[in-house]
Ligand binder design. Sequence first.
Ligand code: NAD
Length: 527
Amino acid sequence: MNMTEKDIEKIVQSVLHNVESALGKSASASPSVSAVSVASGEGIKPVQFKQVPVFQQETVKSPNRNRNLGGAEEKWGVFNHMEDAIEASYRAQMEFVKHFQLKDREKIITAIREAVLREKEVLARKVYEETKIGRYEDKVAKHELAALKTPGTEDLKTEAFSGDNGLTIVERAPYGLIGAVTPVTNPTETIINNAIGMLAAGNAVVFNVHPSSKRSCAYAVQLINKAITEAGGPHHLVTMVKEPTLDTLQTLIDSPKVKLLVGTGGPGLVQTLLKSGKKAIGAGAGNPPVIVDDTADLEHAARSIIEGAAFDNNLLCIAEKEVFVLESVADDLIFHMLNHGAYMLGQHEVEQVMAFALEEQGNEQNRGCGFNPQRHYQVSKDWIGQDARLFLEHIGVQPPTEVKLLICDVEFDHPFVQLEQMMPVLPIVRVKTLDEAIEKAVMAEHGNRHTAIMHSKNVDHLTKFARAIQTTLFVKNASSLAGVGYGGEGHTTMTIAGPTGEGVTSAKTFTRERRCVLAEGGFRIIG
Ligand code: NAD
Protein backbone atom coordinates (compact mmCIF):
# COMPACT_ATOMS: atom_id res chain seq x y z
CA MET A 1 0.00 0.00 0.00
CA ASN A 2 1.29 3.47 -0.89
CA MET A 3 1.01 5.93 1.97
CA THR A 4 1.20 9.68 1.49
CA GLU A 5 2.84 12.05 3.99
CA LYS A 6 -0.64 13.14 5.00
CA ASP A 7 -1.65 9.56 5.83
CA ILE A 8 1.47 9.08 7.91
CA GLU A 9 0.90 12.36 9.69
CA LYS A 10 -2.69 11.31 10.53
CA ILE A 11 -1.36 8.08 12.08
CA VAL A 12 1.24 10.05 14.00
CA GLN A 13 -1.40 12.44 15.31
CA SER A 14 -3.59 9.57 16.41
CA VAL A 15 -0.65 7.79 18.17
CA LEU A 16 0.28 11.06 19.87
CA HIS A 17 -3.28 11.53 20.97
CA ASN A 18 -3.35 8.05 22.53
CA VAL A 19 0.00 8.59 24.24
CA GLU A 20 -1.19 11.91 25.61
CA SER A 21 -4.41 10.38 26.88
CA ALA A 22 -2.47 7.57 28.55
CA LEU A 23 -0.22 10.13 30.24
CA GLY A 24 -3.23 12.14 31.35
CA LYS A 25 -2.05 15.03 29.13
CA SER A 26 0.90 15.50 31.46
CA ALA A 27 3.43 16.24 28.75
CA SER A 28 4.66 19.37 30.47
CA ALA A 29 5.14 17.57 33.75
CA SER A 30 7.18 14.68 32.35
CA PRO A 31 10.93 15.06 32.05
CA SER A 32 10.73 14.37 28.33
CA VAL A 33 8.11 13.00 26.00
CA SER A 34 8.85 10.55 23.28
CA ALA A 35 7.14 11.35 20.05
CA VAL A 36 7.47 10.52 16.41
CA SER A 37 8.07 12.56 13.32
CA VAL A 38 8.00 11.92 9.62
CA ALA A 39 11.12 12.15 7.54
CA SER A 40 10.01 12.04 3.92
CA GLY A 41 10.57 8.68 2.28
CA GLU A 42 12.28 7.22 5.35
CA GLY A 43 9.26 6.05 7.28
CA ILE A 44 8.73 6.91 10.92
CA LYS A 45 11.64 7.94 13.13
CA PRO A 46 11.62 8.51 16.86
CA VAL A 47 12.58 11.99 18.05
CA GLN A 48 12.73 13.61 21.47
CA PHE A 49 10.77 16.76 22.34
CA LYS A 50 12.67 18.94 24.75
CA GLN A 51 11.14 19.42 28.14
CA VAL A 52 9.00 22.55 28.21
CA PRO A 53 8.60 23.72 31.80
CA VAL A 54 5.70 26.12 31.62
CA PHE A 55 3.27 25.28 28.87
CA GLN A 56 2.17 22.16 27.08
CA GLN A 57 3.60 21.34 23.68
CA GLU A 58 0.56 21.75 21.50
CA THR A 59 -0.60 21.35 17.98
CA VAL A 60 -2.58 24.22 16.51
CA LYS A 61 -4.72 23.16 13.59
CA SER A 62 -5.81 25.70 11.05
CA PRO A 63 -8.95 24.69 9.17
CA ASN A 64 -7.07 25.29 5.90
CA ARG A 65 -4.07 23.11 6.52
CA ASN A 66 -3.14 20.19 8.63
CA ARG A 67 0.28 21.31 9.74
CA ASN A 68 2.03 20.57 13.03
CA LEU A 69 3.28 23.87 14.52
CA GLY A 70 5.94 22.37 16.72
CA GLY A 71 8.99 24.38 15.48
CA ALA A 72 10.86 26.46 18.04
CA GLU A 73 10.05 29.79 16.43
CA GLU A 74 6.40 28.96 15.85
CA LYS A 75 6.17 27.74 19.42
CA TRP A 76 7.08 31.27 20.53
CA GLY A 77 4.91 33.14 18.07
CA VAL A 78 6.91 33.50 14.82
CA PHE A 79 5.04 31.64 12.07
CA ASN A 80 6.00 30.68 8.55
CA HIS A 81 2.46 31.24 7.33
CA MET A 82 0.23 34.19 8.13
CA GLU A 83 -2.84 31.90 8.21
CA ASP A 84 -1.26 29.90 11.04
CA ALA A 85 -0.29 33.02 12.99
CA ILE A 86 -3.90 34.22 12.71
CA GLU A 87 -5.34 30.87 13.75
CA ALA A 88 -3.00 30.51 16.73
CA SER A 89 -3.66 34.02 18.03
CA TYR A 90 -7.37 33.68 17.42
CA ARG A 91 -7.50 30.60 19.64
CA ALA A 92 -5.25 32.22 22.23
CA GLN A 93 -7.56 35.22 22.47
CA MET A 94 -10.62 33.03 23.01
CA GLU A 95 -8.83 31.30 25.87
CA PHE A 96 -7.64 34.67 27.19
CA VAL A 97 -11.13 36.16 27.52
CA LYS A 98 -12.69 32.97 28.82
CA HIS A 99 -10.21 31.98 31.50
CA PHE A 100 -8.21 35.05 32.47
CA GLN A 101 -9.30 37.93 34.67
CA LEU A 102 -8.08 41.53 34.72
CA LYS A 103 -5.60 40.71 37.46
CA ASP A 104 -4.18 37.93 35.27
CA ARG A 105 -3.80 40.34 32.38
CA GLU A 106 -1.92 42.69 34.67
CA LYS A 107 0.37 39.87 35.80
CA ILE A 108 1.13 39.06 32.18
CA ILE A 109 1.84 42.71 31.37
CA THR A 110 4.17 43.02 34.35
CA ALA A 111 6.06 40.00 33.04
CA ILE A 112 6.38 41.63 29.60
CA ARG A 113 7.62 44.89 31.15
CA GLU A 114 10.21 43.00 33.20
CA ALA A 115 11.43 40.96 30.23
CA VAL A 116 11.85 44.08 28.08
CA LEU A 117 13.68 45.99 30.83
CA ARG A 118 15.96 43.01 31.36
CA GLU A 119 16.73 42.80 27.63
CA LYS A 120 16.51 46.43 26.55
CA GLU A 121 20.17 46.57 25.54
CA VAL A 122 19.89 43.32 23.57
CA LEU A 123 16.75 44.54 21.78
CA ALA A 124 18.33 47.93 21.01
CA ARG A 125 21.47 46.30 19.65
CA LYS A 126 19.53 43.86 17.50
CA VAL A 127 17.41 46.65 16.00
CA TYR A 128 20.44 48.85 15.43
CA GLU A 129 22.44 46.07 13.78
CA GLU A 130 19.59 44.94 11.56
CA THR A 131 18.12 48.28 10.45
CA LYS A 132 21.41 50.24 10.54
CA ILE A 133 19.55 53.46 11.38
CA GLY A 134 19.36 55.66 14.47
CA ARG A 135 21.44 55.62 17.64
CA TYR A 136 21.93 52.60 19.90
CA GLU A 137 21.69 54.52 23.20
CA ASP A 138 18.44 56.21 22.16
CA LYS A 139 16.98 52.85 21.20
CA VAL A 140 17.76 51.60 24.71
CA ALA A 141 15.87 54.63 26.07
CA LYS A 142 12.89 53.98 23.75
CA HIS A 143 12.59 50.37 24.91
CA GLU A 144 12.72 51.50 28.52
CA LEU A 145 10.06 54.12 27.83
CA ALA A 146 7.76 51.59 26.13
CA ALA A 147 8.20 49.11 28.99
CA LEU A 148 7.65 51.61 31.79
CA LYS A 149 5.16 54.15 30.47
CA THR A 150 2.73 52.17 28.31
CA PRO A 151 -0.50 51.96 30.31
CA GLY A 152 -1.88 48.57 31.34
CA THR A 153 -5.33 47.60 32.60
CA GLU A 154 -5.57 50.73 34.78
CA ASP A 155 -6.39 52.53 31.53
CA LEU A 156 -9.74 50.73 31.26
CA LYS A 157 -12.38 52.64 33.17
CA THR A 158 -15.96 51.45 33.55
CA GLU A 159 -18.65 54.13 33.54
CA ALA A 160 -21.79 53.66 35.63
CA PHE A 161 -25.20 55.34 35.68
CA SER A 162 -27.60 54.57 38.49
CA GLY A 163 -31.06 55.90 39.32
CA ASP A 164 -34.70 54.99 39.85
CA ASN A 165 -34.70 52.97 36.66
CA GLY A 166 -31.80 50.73 37.58
CA LEU A 167 -28.11 50.51 36.86
CA THR A 168 -26.26 50.83 33.57
CA ILE A 169 -22.58 50.21 33.18
CA VAL A 170 -20.43 50.93 30.14
CA GLU A 171 -17.52 48.56 29.95
CA ARG A 172 -14.47 48.40 27.72
CA ALA A 173 -14.60 45.10 25.83
CA PRO A 174 -11.87 43.64 23.60
CA TYR A 175 -12.14 43.62 19.82
CA GLY A 176 -10.75 40.08 19.75
CA LEU A 177 -7.95 39.57 17.29
CA ILE A 178 -6.03 42.63 16.08
CA GLY A 179 -3.83 42.84 12.98
CA ALA A 180 -1.03 45.37 13.51
CA VAL A 181 1.63 46.79 11.19
CA THR A 182 4.87 48.32 12.49
CA PRO A 183 7.45 50.77 11.08
CA VAL A 184 11.19 50.31 10.64
CA THR A 185 11.85 53.45 12.69
CA ASN A 186 10.49 52.02 15.99
CA PRO A 187 10.09 48.32 15.15
CA THR A 188 10.37 46.42 18.44
CA GLU A 189 9.35 49.45 20.51
CA THR A 190 6.02 49.52 18.64
CA ILE A 191 5.54 45.78 19.14
CA ILE A 192 6.11 46.17 22.88
CA ASN A 193 3.93 49.25 23.20
CA ASN A 194 1.11 47.82 21.06
CA ALA A 195 1.26 44.39 22.69
CA ILE A 196 0.98 45.81 26.24
CA GLY A 197 -1.98 48.03 25.32
CA MET A 198 -3.76 45.43 23.20
CA LEU A 199 -3.35 42.61 25.74
CA ALA A 200 -4.39 44.88 28.63
CA ALA A 201 -7.63 45.36 26.70
CA GLY A 202 -8.12 41.58 26.35
CA ASN A 203 -7.09 41.20 22.72
CA ALA A 204 -4.52 39.09 20.92
CA VAL A 205 -2.41 40.53 18.11
CA VAL A 206 -0.79 39.35 14.89
CA PHE A 207 1.97 41.61 13.56
CA ASN A 208 3.03 42.20 9.96
CA VAL A 209 6.30 44.01 10.64
CA HIS A 210 8.47 46.11 8.33
CA PRO A 211 10.58 43.56 6.41
CA SER A 212 13.83 45.40 7.20
CA SER A 213 13.30 44.74 10.90
CA LYS A 214 11.90 41.19 10.77
CA ARG A 215 14.71 39.50 12.72
CA SER A 216 14.72 41.88 15.66
CA CYS A 217 10.92 41.87 15.69
CA ALA A 218 10.94 38.05 15.75
CA TYR A 219 13.23 38.23 18.78
CA ALA A 220 10.85 40.67 20.51
CA VAL A 221 7.78 38.54 19.76
CA GLN A 222 9.49 35.43 21.13
CA LEU A 223 10.63 37.32 24.23
CA ILE A 224 7.08 38.54 24.85
CA ASN A 225 5.57 35.07 24.36
CA LYS A 226 8.06 33.49 26.74
CA ALA A 227 7.25 36.16 29.34
CA ILE A 228 3.51 35.55 28.89
CA THR A 229 3.74 31.78 29.25
CA GLU A 230 6.10 32.04 32.20
CA ALA A 231 3.48 34.22 33.87
CA GLY A 232 0.92 31.47 33.21
CA GLY A 233 -0.77 33.14 30.23
CA PRO A 234 -2.00 31.51 27.04
CA HIS A 235 0.39 30.67 24.30
CA HIS A 236 0.43 32.74 21.07
CA LEU A 237 -1.30 35.89 22.28
CA VAL A 238 1.28 37.80 20.24
CA THR A 239 2.37 36.42 16.87
CA MET A 240 3.93 37.51 13.60
CA VAL A 241 4.77 36.09 10.22
CA LYS A 242 8.45 35.36 9.76
CA GLU A 243 8.70 36.79 6.21
CA PRO A 244 6.36 39.77 6.09
CA THR A 245 5.26 40.99 2.65
CA LEU A 246 2.39 42.98 1.20
CA ASP A 247 0.72 39.62 0.46
CA THR A 248 0.91 38.51 4.09
CA LEU A 249 -0.50 41.90 5.05
CA GLN A 250 -3.39 41.34 2.63
CA THR A 251 -4.06 37.94 4.22
CA LEU A 252 -4.21 39.66 7.60
CA ILE A 253 -6.51 42.38 6.29
CA ASP A 254 -8.83 39.86 4.59
CA SER A 255 -9.12 37.40 7.47
CA PRO A 256 -12.62 37.42 8.98
CA LYS A 257 -11.00 36.50 12.31
CA VAL A 258 -9.23 39.88 12.48
CA LYS A 259 -11.61 42.47 13.86
CA LEU A 260 -9.39 45.57 14.12
CA LEU A 261 -6.43 46.83 12.10
CA VAL A 262 -3.79 49.11 13.59
CA GLY A 263 -1.09 50.60 11.36
CA THR A 264 1.91 52.69 12.34
CA GLY A 265 3.86 54.04 9.37
CA GLY A 266 3.65 56.29 6.34
CA PRO A 267 0.64 57.43 4.29
CA GLY A 268 0.64 54.38 1.94
CA LEU A 269 0.07 52.03 4.85
CA VAL A 270 -2.65 54.15 6.42
CA GLN A 271 -4.50 54.38 3.08
CA THR A 272 -4.27 50.61 2.58
CA LEU A 273 -5.77 49.91 6.00
CA LEU A 274 -8.50 52.52 5.62
CA LYS A 275 -9.58 50.92 2.33
CA SER A 276 -10.01 47.54 4.02
CA GLY A 277 -13.65 47.97 4.99
CA LYS A 278 -12.73 47.12 8.59
CA LYS A 279 -12.30 49.31 11.63
CA ALA A 280 -8.76 50.68 11.28
CA ILE A 281 -6.60 52.86 13.49
CA GLY A 282 -4.02 54.71 11.40
CA ALA A 283 -0.91 56.35 12.85
CA GLY A 284 0.67 58.19 9.95
CA ALA A 285 3.49 60.49 8.97
CA GLY A 286 4.39 63.81 10.53
CA ASN A 287 6.62 66.76 9.69
CA PRO A 288 6.62 68.62 13.00
CA PRO A 289 7.38 72.36 12.85
CA VAL A 290 8.84 74.36 15.75
CA ILE A 291 8.14 78.06 16.25
CA VAL A 292 10.46 80.17 18.38
CA ASP A 293 9.19 83.67 19.12
CA ASP A 294 10.90 86.72 20.65
CA THR A 295 9.64 86.01 24.18
CA ALA A 296 11.21 82.52 24.37
CA ASP A 297 14.05 81.49 26.67
CA LEU A 298 16.41 81.06 23.71
CA GLU A 299 19.05 78.94 25.41
CA HIS A 300 16.42 76.55 26.73
CA ALA A 301 14.74 76.48 23.31
CA ALA A 302 18.07 75.69 21.62
CA ARG A 303 18.82 72.83 24.02
CA SER A 304 15.30 71.38 23.74
CA ILE A 305 15.25 71.54 19.95
CA ILE A 306 18.61 69.76 19.73
CA GLU A 307 17.47 67.11 22.20
CA GLY A 308 14.33 66.29 20.20
CA ALA A 309 15.76 66.67 16.69
CA ALA A 310 18.94 64.69 17.34
CA PHE A 311 17.28 61.84 19.27
CA ASP A 312 17.72 58.57 17.35
CA ASN A 313 19.02 60.71 14.45
CA ASN A 314 15.60 62.30 13.90
CA LEU A 315 13.80 59.02 13.10
CA LEU A 316 10.83 59.74 15.33
CA CYS A 317 7.62 60.93 13.73
CA ILE A 318 7.27 63.51 16.53
CA ALA A 319 10.81 64.90 16.16
CA GLU A 320 11.43 68.58 15.37
CA LYS A 321 11.81 68.66 11.57
CA GLU A 322 11.93 72.41 10.75
CA VAL A 323 12.24 75.63 12.78
CA PHE A 324 10.51 78.98 12.16
CA VAL A 325 12.16 81.69 14.20
CA LEU A 326 11.43 85.42 14.38
CA GLU A 327 14.32 87.12 12.63
CA SER A 328 14.89 89.46 15.59
CA VAL A 329 16.05 86.45 17.69
CA ALA A 330 17.27 84.07 14.97
CA ASP A 331 20.99 84.80 15.39
CA ASP A 332 20.73 84.35 19.17
CA LEU A 333 18.91 81.03 18.79
CA ILE A 334 21.54 79.78 16.33
CA PHE A 335 24.33 80.99 18.66
CA HIS A 336 22.90 78.88 21.52
CA MET A 337 22.41 75.89 19.22
CA LEU A 338 26.05 76.06 18.17
CA ASN A 339 27.05 76.37 21.83
CA HIS A 340 25.14 73.17 22.56
CA GLY A 341 26.84 71.10 19.92
CA ALA A 342 25.00 71.73 16.64
CA TYR A 343 27.04 72.22 13.46
CA MET A 344 25.96 74.95 11.02
CA LEU A 345 26.18 73.92 7.37
CA GLY A 346 27.28 76.74 5.06
CA GLN A 347 25.34 77.39 1.83
CA HIS A 348 27.73 75.30 -0.26
CA GLU A 349 27.72 72.48 2.30
CA VAL A 350 23.89 72.42 2.24
CA GLU A 351 24.03 71.88 -1.50
CA GLN A 352 26.64 69.14 -1.12
CA VAL A 353 24.46 67.33 1.45
CA MET A 354 21.38 67.71 -0.77
CA ALA A 355 23.23 66.15 -3.66
CA PHE A 356 23.50 62.77 -1.90
CA ALA A 357 20.84 62.81 0.85
CA LEU A 358 17.98 63.70 -1.49
CA GLU A 359 16.99 62.09 -4.76
CA GLU A 360 15.39 63.96 -7.59
CA GLN A 361 12.18 62.82 -9.15
CA GLY A 362 11.35 63.66 -12.74
CA ASN A 363 13.03 66.19 -15.03
CA GLU A 364 16.58 65.12 -15.84
CA GLN A 365 17.34 68.47 -17.52
CA ASN A 366 17.08 70.26 -14.20
CA ARG A 367 19.89 68.26 -12.64
CA GLY A 368 22.63 70.07 -10.73
CA CYS A 369 23.45 70.28 -7.09
CA GLY A 370 21.98 73.74 -6.36
CA PHE A 371 18.44 74.02 -5.01
CA ASN A 372 15.81 74.72 -7.63
CA PRO A 373 12.19 75.02 -6.44
CA GLN A 374 10.95 73.65 -9.80
CA ARG A 375 12.42 70.25 -9.01
CA HIS A 376 10.86 67.53 -6.90
CA TYR A 377 12.84 65.59 -4.36
CA GLN A 378 12.51 62.57 -2.16
CA VAL A 379 14.67 61.44 0.72
CA SER A 380 17.42 58.94 -0.10
CA LYS A 381 16.75 55.80 1.94
CA ASP A 382 20.52 55.31 2.37
CA TRP A 383 20.77 58.44 4.50
CA ILE A 384 17.67 58.15 6.70
CA GLY A 385 18.65 57.94 10.37
CA GLN A 386 22.41 58.17 9.77
CA ASP A 387 24.80 59.95 12.17
CA ALA A 388 25.45 63.69 11.67
CA ARG A 389 29.19 63.00 11.59
CA LEU A 390 28.77 60.68 8.59
CA PHE A 391 27.14 63.51 6.63
CA LEU A 392 30.10 65.76 7.46
CA GLU A 393 32.69 63.10 6.59
CA HIS A 394 30.92 62.59 3.26
CA ILE A 395 31.43 66.24 2.33
CA GLY A 396 35.02 66.25 3.50
CA VAL A 397 34.52 68.08 6.80
CA GLN A 398 36.34 66.76 9.87
CA PRO A 399 33.39 66.34 12.28
CA PRO A 400 33.69 68.00 15.67
CA THR A 401 33.55 65.40 18.44
CA GLU A 402 30.06 64.74 19.75
CA VAL A 403 28.23 66.51 16.90
CA LYS A 404 24.69 65.10 16.79
CA LEU A 405 22.78 67.63 14.73
CA LEU A 406 23.44 69.69 11.61
CA ILE A 407 21.51 72.93 11.15
CA CYS A 408 21.12 75.15 8.10
CA ASP A 409 19.64 78.56 7.30
CA VAL A 410 17.22 78.09 4.36
CA GLU A 411 14.12 79.47 2.66
CA PHE A 412 10.63 78.11 3.31
CA ASP A 413 10.33 76.19 0.04
CA HIS A 414 13.57 74.27 0.57
CA PRO A 415 13.03 70.48 0.40
CA PHE A 416 14.66 70.06 3.82
CA VAL A 417 11.66 72.01 5.17
CA GLN A 418 8.99 70.35 3.05
CA LEU A 419 10.09 66.70 3.25
CA GLU A 420 9.79 64.43 6.27
CA GLN A 421 13.51 63.75 6.11
CA MET A 422 14.20 61.65 9.24
CA MET A 423 17.85 62.78 9.09
CA PRO A 424 19.77 64.85 11.66
CA VAL A 425 19.69 67.91 9.37
CA LEU A 426 17.44 70.62 10.80
CA PRO A 427 16.48 73.55 8.55
CA ILE A 428 15.89 76.97 10.14
CA VAL A 429 13.64 79.52 8.40
CA ARG A 430 13.69 83.18 9.46
CA VAL A 431 10.30 84.93 9.55
CA LYS A 432 9.31 88.55 10.15
CA THR A 433 6.17 88.10 12.26
CA LEU A 434 4.41 85.54 14.39
CA ASP A 435 1.58 85.35 11.86
CA GLU A 436 4.06 84.51 9.11
CA ALA A 437 5.62 81.83 11.36
CA ILE A 438 2.24 80.27 12.04
CA GLU A 439 1.14 80.35 8.41
CA LYS A 440 4.36 78.72 7.22
CA ALA A 441 4.44 76.17 10.03
CA VAL A 442 0.89 75.08 9.21
CA MET A 443 1.82 74.67 5.53
CA ALA A 444 5.00 72.72 6.33
CA GLU A 445 3.02 70.32 8.52
CA HIS A 446 1.01 69.41 5.39
CA GLY A 447 -2.23 68.77 7.28
CA ASN A 448 -0.88 65.65 8.99
CA ARG A 449 -2.26 66.98 12.29
CA HIS A 450 0.58 65.11 14.00
CA THR A 451 2.93 67.18 16.20
CA ALA A 452 3.96 70.82 16.63
CA ILE A 453 6.27 72.52 19.11
CA MET A 454 6.49 76.12 20.24
CA HIS A 455 8.92 78.04 22.43
CA SER A 456 7.31 81.19 23.81
CA LYS A 457 6.40 82.79 27.14
CA ASN A 458 3.36 84.48 25.65
CA VAL A 459 0.21 82.45 26.29
CA ASP A 460 -1.69 84.22 23.51
CA HIS A 461 1.00 83.23 21.01
CA LEU A 462 0.93 79.62 22.19
CA THR A 463 -2.84 79.48 21.93
CA LYS A 464 -2.87 81.10 18.49
CA PHE A 465 -0.46 78.52 17.06
CA ALA A 466 -2.17 75.57 18.76
CA ARG A 467 -5.55 76.63 17.33
CA ALA A 468 -4.16 77.17 13.86
CA ILE A 469 -2.26 73.90 13.51
CA GLN A 470 -4.67 71.49 15.29
CA THR A 471 -2.08 68.76 15.80
CA THR A 472 -2.55 65.68 17.95
CA LEU A 473 0.50 66.66 20.04
CA PHE A 474 1.30 70.28 20.84
CA VAL A 475 4.41 70.69 22.99
CA LYS A 476 5.19 74.00 24.70
CA ASN A 477 8.68 75.01 25.82
CA ALA A 478 10.12 71.50 25.82
CA SER A 479 11.53 68.96 23.41
CA SER A 480 9.09 66.97 21.27
CA LEU A 481 9.95 63.92 23.38
CA ALA A 482 7.96 65.38 26.26
CA GLY A 483 4.87 64.84 24.09
CA VAL A 484 5.21 61.07 24.47
CA GLY A 485 6.01 61.14 28.17
CA TYR A 486 9.82 61.27 27.88
CA GLY A 487 10.59 64.15 30.23
CA GLY A 488 6.90 65.12 30.20
CA GLU A 489 3.84 63.94 32.09
CA GLY A 490 1.37 61.42 30.72
CA HIS A 491 1.71 57.96 29.26
CA THR A 492 3.72 57.00 26.20
CA THR A 493 2.76 55.55 22.86
CA MET A 494 4.53 54.50 19.70
CA THR A 495 1.28 54.79 17.74
CA ILE A 496 -0.04 58.34 17.46
CA ALA A 497 -3.25 58.02 15.51
CA GLY A 498 -3.75 61.44 13.94
CA PRO A 499 -5.49 60.50 10.65
CA THR A 500 -8.17 58.38 12.34
CA GLY A 501 -8.40 60.54 15.46
CA GLU A 502 -7.65 58.16 18.35
CA GLY A 503 -4.62 60.29 19.23
CA VAL A 504 -2.10 59.04 21.78
CA THR A 505 -3.20 55.41 21.77
CA SER A 506 -3.38 53.21 24.86
CA ALA A 507 -5.27 50.14 26.09
CA LYS A 508 -8.69 51.82 25.94
CA THR A 509 -8.12 52.68 22.27
CA PHE A 510 -8.14 48.95 21.55
CA THR A 511 -11.54 48.34 23.13
CA ARG A 512 -15.16 48.42 22.09
CA GLU A 513 -17.76 50.12 24.21
CA ARG A 514 -20.24 47.65 25.72
CA ARG A 515 -23.31 48.73 27.64
CA CYS A 516 -24.74 46.42 30.28
CA VAL A 517 -28.15 47.37 31.63
CA LEU A 518 -30.00 46.25 34.76
CA ALA A 519 -33.32 48.02 34.28
CA GLU A 520 -36.41 48.31 36.41
CA GLY A 521 -37.28 44.62 36.08
CA GLY A 522 -34.02 43.64 37.74
CA PHE A 523 -35.05 45.37 40.96
CA ARG A 524 -38.80 44.75 41.02
CA ILE A 525 -39.96 42.76 43.98
CA ILE A 526 -42.29 40.14 42.63
CA GLY A 527 -45.18 38.76 44.66
P1 NAD B 1 6.52 52.81 5.91
O1 NAD B 1 5.20 53.43 5.62
O2 NAD B 1 7.47 52.65 4.80
O3 NAD B 1 6.30 51.34 6.52
C1 NAD B 1 5.47 51.15 7.66
C2 NAD B 1 4.85 49.75 7.56
O4 NAD B 1 3.87 49.75 6.52
C3 NAD B 1 5.84 48.67 7.20
O5 NAD B 1 5.51 47.51 7.91
C4 NAD B 1 5.67 48.51 5.69
O6 NAD B 1 5.99 47.22 5.29
C5 NAD B 1 4.20 48.82 5.50
N1 NAD B 1 3.86 49.49 4.25
C6 NAD B 1 4.56 50.46 3.62
N2 NAD B 1 3.91 50.89 2.52
C7 NAD B 1 2.75 50.20 2.48
C8 NAD B 1 1.64 50.18 1.58
N3 NAD B 1 1.57 50.98 0.54
N4 NAD B 1 0.64 49.32 1.84
C9 NAD B 1 0.69 48.51 2.92
N5 NAD B 1 1.71 48.48 3.79
C10 NAD B 1 2.72 49.31 3.58
O7 NAD B 1 7.16 53.65 7.11
P2 NAD B 1 8.56 53.43 7.84
O8 NAD B 1 9.66 53.94 6.99
O9 NAD B 1 8.65 52.05 8.34
O10 NAD B 1 8.36 54.39 9.10
C11 NAD B 1 8.47 55.77 9.00
C12 NAD B 1 7.12 56.43 8.77
O11 NAD B 1 6.19 56.05 9.77
C13 NAD B 1 7.22 57.93 8.84
O12 NAD B 1 6.38 58.50 7.90
C14 NAD B 1 6.78 58.23 10.25
O13 NAD B 1 6.28 59.54 10.44
C15 NAD B 1 5.70 57.20 10.43
N6 NAD B 1 5.50 56.89 11.84
C16 NAD B 1 4.35 57.32 12.44
C17 NAD B 1 4.14 57.06 13.78
C18 NAD B 1 2.91 57.55 14.47
O14 NAD B 1 2.72 57.19 15.63
N7 NAD B 1 2.06 58.33 13.83
C19 NAD B 1 5.09 56.35 14.52
C20 NAD B 1 6.25 55.91 13.86
C21 NAD B 1 6.44 56.17 12.52
